[in-house]
Design a protein around this ligand. Structure first.
Ligand SMILES: [Mg+2]
Length: 362
């Protein structure tokens, strides 16, 4: 089997009700999508934060056997392609391999430790509202009503906002629901520790990206200062970017994004490094149906860490923000039921792309 063409698409979804994290307001969502075409009539789909350059695709991908995923990864990387763009190609190659072998990707990754994954609702962004606290409380209660047992809210907007709103959300959802917070790198070390000590009183599952993503020493300091799990590394690209964070125990939980870190081929290496160093992996997911399906396959194939009778849940980040490219791009959308999502079982990614939806947003 030979790759005869790679098509690239930049899909943009305009957000109707813009929302903010500690870094930016999101007026639109943009995704890089690739379609890898083979001479066997099999087409693979992949997603990355960006798409690779034409020249790189022509010299490193077209004409190759799609099963040469390691060779293609190294070839693209050697040529200077960003791992976030390599991700898109790599995911498409695994989609092709699965379709050719008539197996879902998690089977190719070594099998499914689980076929149903507990999802956590990612939402609770900051929005322009007259009463932000009331809006957050209503949204959080909605997730509980929808069956979620875990959710994550945005912080990093200053001590007043964070302390008031985390306490309000905790009061609204009760003590049995797990609650994580995400500052999207919005604090420096001092503020992260000061705010963390206050919001930590609300029994938090983890504190995500309190500070700048590459401040390894800062993360080590925060981990020592705060009595809660510190998570991060969703933006890191390539195994080398994760190496120090993992080896220096800068994080309790690493959150590689399969569409940013370098696809399945790179995710496996990062997960192995984390496992060897007793660092937990809970992937980041904020994208289209392709990223949602790809993330479910890596979650299916992740062993419990640590092994236990009642292990810490292997969680799917379930993005609750409006995005038709997540809810409509797959002909049969992947949905949660009572906070549980079933891993696709059809060959490859296990989804069929609706080309009309793709065209509409390109
Ligand atoms: Mg995050």
């Amino acid at each position: 089997m030979k790759i005869i063409d790679v098509k690239t698409y930049t899909a943009v979804y305009p957000v109707e009700d813009p929302f903010a994290n500690a870094m930016r307001t999101t007026p639109e969502r943009a995704f890089g999508i690739v379609e890898v075409v083979t001479d066997a009539g099999i087409t693979g789909w992949g997603e990355g934060a960006i798409v690779p350059a034409r020249r790189a695709l022509e010299s490193q991908v077209i004409g190759r056997n799609p099963f040469d995923c390691e060779l293609i990864w190294e070839g693209l990387h050697r040529q200077g392609t960003d791992p976030a763009a390599i991700s898109a190609v790599d995911i498409a190659l695994w989609d092709i391999m699965g379709k050719a072998l008539k197996q879902p990707i998690h089977q190719l990754l070594g099998g499914a430790f689980r076929t149903r994954v507990q999802a956590y609702a990612t939402g609770l962004f900051r929005r322009e509202r007259a009463d932000r606290t009331a809006a957050l409380v209503e949204e959080a209660r909605g997730y509980v009503d929808a069956g979620f047992k875990v959710m994550k809210m945005k912080v990093g907007f200053g001590p007043a906002y964070d302390i008031t709103n985390v306490a309000a959300v905790r009061r609204a959802i009760g003590d049995d629901i797990l609650l994580a917070v995400d500052a999207n790198c919005g604090y420096d070390r001092g503020s992260a520790i000061a705010v963390g000590q206050e919001i930590g009183k609300q029994k938090l599952l983890w504190f995500e990206e309190p500070i700048s993503a590459d401040d390894v020493e800062g993360y080590i300091e925060i981990r020592r200062a705060l009595n809660m799990r510190i998570a991060g590394a969703e933006q890191q690209r390539g195994r080398w970017a994760f190496r120090r964070m993992i080896q220096e125990r800068a994080l309790d939980i690493i959150q590689p994004d399969v569409c940013v870190c370098g696809g399945f081929t790179e995710f496996r290496k990062i997960a192995a490094m984390a496992s060897a160093n007793h660092v937990r992996v809970i992937p980041h997911m904020f994208g289209t149906s392709i990223r949602l399906a790809a993330t479910l396959h890596v979650l299916a194939a992740l062993p419990d860490s640590p092994r236990a009778l009642e292990p810490f849940p292997t969680l799917l980040e379930y993005d609750m923000s409006e995005n038709a490219l997540r809810t409509e791009l797959a002909r049969e959308p992947i949905r949660h039921h009572d906070g549980i999502v079933t891993v696709p079982q059809a060959p490859g990614l296990g989804i069929e792309i609706d080309r009309d939806v793709l065209r509409r947003y390109c």
